[in-house]
Design a protein around this ligand. Structure first.
Ligand SMILES: NC(=O)c1ccc[n+]([C@@H]2O[C@H](COP(=O)([O-])OP(=O)(O)OC[C@H]3O[C@@H](n4cnc5c(N)ncnc54)[C@H](O)[C@@H]3O)[C@@H](O)[C@H]2O)c1
Length: 350
């Protein structure tokens, strides 16, 4: 039985608990949150007995094998570091850290400790991604020439996930003082991971424009300065030379949570639309190329991130969605900030 502690007991921690409780071979043994009300509500709901208000107390107690870090972004490294140093396996929420150098500290510590380390790139729960990734890896699309990807949300214009002006879970995401890197750090991280994972290529260079709109009097609500970016527009070049755009925003009125990716190669193309399906993709291959027609293809079922975390712990073989991968994606985001500030294209070292 793998004993799991949950660190940070807000919205996302509920998704983790529900997922783990559906699986055999694991049990939730402890919760940690700096806010006692969140902690107690959560632990009562999921019948967790051991409760701590500081991750250091959890480490001192020690009666667990693995932990999920689902705190606000800026607390990922401070919470995950003592856990990996204590030899605990960690599934950490994205982004690994507000910046790549901070994330690198965690990569080094986890690799040195030899523990299983994963970043919850949760869109990898969709089987369609793995099917598409294998299709590209098989060479059927040929040289990738062009790509279009976006991740669009609407919560600044539609209260579908609650009224953001009154909800701490949305307000911290709008404030750099609270460790947020804006839409780019929150959801751009997913679309950069998704795109480069499916393409099997890293970003070689990029230029990026970020935009923050005024959203309240003085652009401030209570303790929250609303200064984090709302929108990021990237032009990227992949290592293989293909180019394209990756865009993300919270101002996509009417689009609750829209992720799309299209990859166009010399001998084939594929389109993923997670709004429509996480199991079906559109492909244009072989004879369909001449007719310029796309066909629908169904992907085989794949395990979710929590299943993959447990499997990694049992087998000792780390899942590819590891801290190092989280750091590599973060390097792309750091380059976006650099490009926006300098108004120049930025080249990333291999
Ligand atoms: N992978 C995904 O698809 C996905 C989706 C949503 C959120 N997230 C990520 O999950 C994390 C949590 O997001 P959320 O929406 O649940 O936020 P939230 O605001 O609902 O919850 C965060 C919780 O962390 C607690 N916390 C803050 N600092 C802490 C610390 N030092 N120690 C212990 N607890 C601490 C807060 O008190 C709060 O209860 C974020 O990093 C977010 O980016 C990932």
């Amino acid at each position: 039985m793998i004993r799991i502690a949950i660190v940070g007991t807000g919205g996302m921690a509920h998704a983790h608990a529900n997922a783990f409780l559906n699986l055999k071979g694991c049990t939730l043994v402890a919760g940690v949150d700096i806010q006692e009300e969140n902690l107690n509500n959560y632990c009562d709901k999921f019948e967790i007995r051991n409760r701590f208000t500081d991750v250091k107390e959890l480490v001192k107690w020690g009666e667990f094998d693995a932990a999920v870090v689902a705190t606000i972004d800026s607390a990922h490294v401070p919470c995950a570091l003592p856990l990996v140093k204590a030899g605990k396996h960690v599934l950490c929420e994205k982004p690994i850290a507000p910046t790549a150098p901070e994330g690198k500290r965690l990569v080094t510590a986890a690799e040195k400790a030899g523990v299983i380390n994963m970043i919850n790139f949760s869109y990898r729960n969709n089987p369609v991604l793995h099917h598409a990734q294998q299709l590209v890896a098989s060479g059927k699309l040929g040289r990738l020439m062009h790509l279009e990807a976006h991740y669009l949300q609407t919560w600044l214009t539609s209260p579908v996930w609650g009224v953001w002006q009154e909800t701490p879970a949305w307000l911290w995401r709008l404030s750099t003082d609270h460790g947020s890197k804006g839409a780019l750090g929150d959801i751009g991280v997913h679309i950069v991971d998704l795109t480069t994972y499916v393409a099997n290529e890293r970003v070689k260079s990029l230029s990026c424009k970020l935009k923050t709109f005024n959203k309240a009097p003085g652009n401030k609500i209570g303790e929250y300065n609303l200064d984090a970016n709302d929108t990021a527009l990237m032009q990227v070049e992949l290592a293989g030379g293909g180019i394209g755009t990756i865009n993300t925003t919270r101002w996509a009125t009417g689009q609750t949570n829209s992720l799309k990716l299209a990859l166009y190669g010399e001998t084939g193309a594929l389109k993923i639309d997670l709004d429509t399906s996480g199991e079906e993709l559109e492909v244009c291959l072989g004879p369909d190329l001449k007719k310029a027609k796309f066909k629908t293809v169904k992907a085989r079922k794949t395990p979710n991130m929590q299943q993959r975390f447990l499997k990694s712990i049992k087998t000792g073989v780390n899942d590819p969605s590891d801290f190092r991968r989280g750091w590599e994606v973060q390097r792309v985001l750091d380059a976006c900030f650099k490009s926006d500030e300098s108004k120049k294209s930025v080249t990333l070292r291999a």
